[in-house]
Design a protein around this ligand. Structure first.
Ligand SMILES: NC(=O)c1ccc[n+]([C@@H]2O[C@H](COP(=O)([O-])OP(=O)(O)OC[C@H]3O[C@@H](n4cnc5c(N)ncnc54)[C@H](OP(=O)(O)O)[C@@H]3O)[C@@H](O)[C@H]2O)c1
Length: 255
C-alpha cells in the first residue's frame, strides 16, 4: 500500500454530528473530498440538505439525517440503520456542540444541563452507539471534539470548559477500552474559528482583539486548516494513535 493510500477515506462510511453549519459542515465536506460517504447529522434539516447537496454536486457522497444527540436512545437506532443500509459505520466525528456564555456565578441549572446534555452526554452516547457497531466490525475511528477549553479555562465558559475537559478524559478511557477492538478514539482541539457559535466573540471588538493577539500564526484559522488533522485522525494513517488530543490552533496554546 502506498503511504498516501492511508490518507484516503474511499469506501468508508462517516457520520458527522452537528453537520448543519459551522465546523461540522466543513468536516463533512472534507471527509467527502477524501472519499468517505458522509452521513450529515443534526436537527436542522434545511442546513443538512444544503451541505449534502453541495457535496453531491462536487461528486462526493452525502446524505442528510435528522439526529438530536440529546435523544440518546434514538442515536443508536439511527447508527444501526446507517450500518444496515451501507454495510458499515467506519468513522464518527462527534462534533455537535452548544455554548451559552455567562459568568460562572450566574449560570442556571437549565443552562448547565443544556450544554452538558449536548457536549458531553450527547457525545458520550453517540460514541457508545458507534463503538458497539465498530467493535463488531473490529475497526473504527471516533473523533471527539475538544477545544482550547479542554486545556485552559475561558472566562464566561465554565460549563463549556467543563464539558470539553470531560471530552479529553472520556476520549482516553474510551481509547483504552476500545483498543483491543481496533477502534481508535482521539480528540481534535480547534483554536478559535469563526462560526455561528463564535460569531458573538468576533462581533465584540475587545474580544476579537484578545483572540487575535494570542494566535502566534497571526491569523484566525478557517475550517480548511483543520481538515488535514481530521482526515489523518479518521484514516488508516493513524491506526496506532489513540487516546490523544490534537490541538490545531495556530500556536495559541503554546504561547
Ligand atoms: N468555532 C470554534 O472556534 C470552536 C473551537 C473549538 C471547538 N469547537 C467545537 O466544535 C464543534 C462545532 O462548533 P461550531 O463552532 O461549528 O458551532 P455551531 O456553528 O454552533 O454548530 C454547532 C452544530 O451542532 C449542532 N447541534 C447542536 N445541538 C445539537 C443536538 N442536540 N443534536 C444534534 N446536533 C446539534 C448544530 O446543528 P442543529 O442546530 O441543526 O442541530 C450545529 O450543526 C462544537 O463541539 C464546538 O464546541 C468550536
Amino acid at each position: 500500500m502506498n503511504i498516501l493510500d492511508k490518507y484516503s477515506l474511499a469506501g468508508k462510511v462517516a457520520v458527522v454530528t452537528g453537520a448543519s453549519q459551522g465546523l461540522g459542515r466543513g468536516y463533512a465536506a472534507g471527509l467527502a473530498e477524501a472519499g468517505a460517504h458522509v452521513m450529515c447529522c443534526a436537527r436542522n434539516m434545511e442546513g443538512l440538505r444544503s451541505v449534502a447537496e453541495e457535496i453531491v454536486a462536487k461528486g462526493g457522497g452525502a446524505e442528510p439525517i435528522a439526529l438530536d444527540v440529546t435523544r440518546y436512545e434514538e442515536t443508536g437506532k439511527i447508527f444501526e440503520t446507517i450500518k444496515n443500509k451501507h454495510g458499515s459505520l467506519d468513522i464518527l466525528v462527534n462534533n455537535a456542540g452548544a455554548e451559552e456564555t455567562a459568568d460562572f456565578v450566574d449560570v442556571t441549572p437549565s443552562q448547565y444541563d443544556r450544554i452538558m446534555d449536548v457536549n458531553l452526554k450527547g457525545a458520550f452516547f453517540a460514541a457508545q452507539a458507534a463503538a458497539r457497531i465498530m467493535a463488531a466490525q473490529k475497526k473504527g475511528k471516533i473523533l471527539n471534539i475538544g477545544s482550547l477549553g479542554s486545556a485552559v479555562g475561558l472566562a464566561q465558559s465554565s460549563v463549556y470548559c467543563g464539558t470539553k475537559g470531560g471530552i479529553v478524559q472520556m476520549t482516553r478511557t474510551m481509547a483504552i477500552e476500545l483498543a483491543p477492538s481496533n477502534i481508535q478514539v482521539n480528540a481534535l482541539g480547534p483554536g478559535y474559528f469563526r462560526t455561528p457559535m463564535t460569531e458573538p466573540f468576533f462581533q465584540d471588538p475587545a474580544h476579537r482583539k484578545w483572540i487575535e493577539e494570542r494566535i502566534p500564526a497571526g491569523r484566525v484559522g478557517t475550517v480548511e486548516d483543520l481538515l488535514g488533522a481530521v482526515i489523518f485522525l479518521c484514516g488508516d494513517a493513524s491506526d496506532y494513535l489513540t487516546g490523544q488530543i490534537l490541538y490545531v490552533d495556530g500556536g495559541w496554546l503554546a504561547s
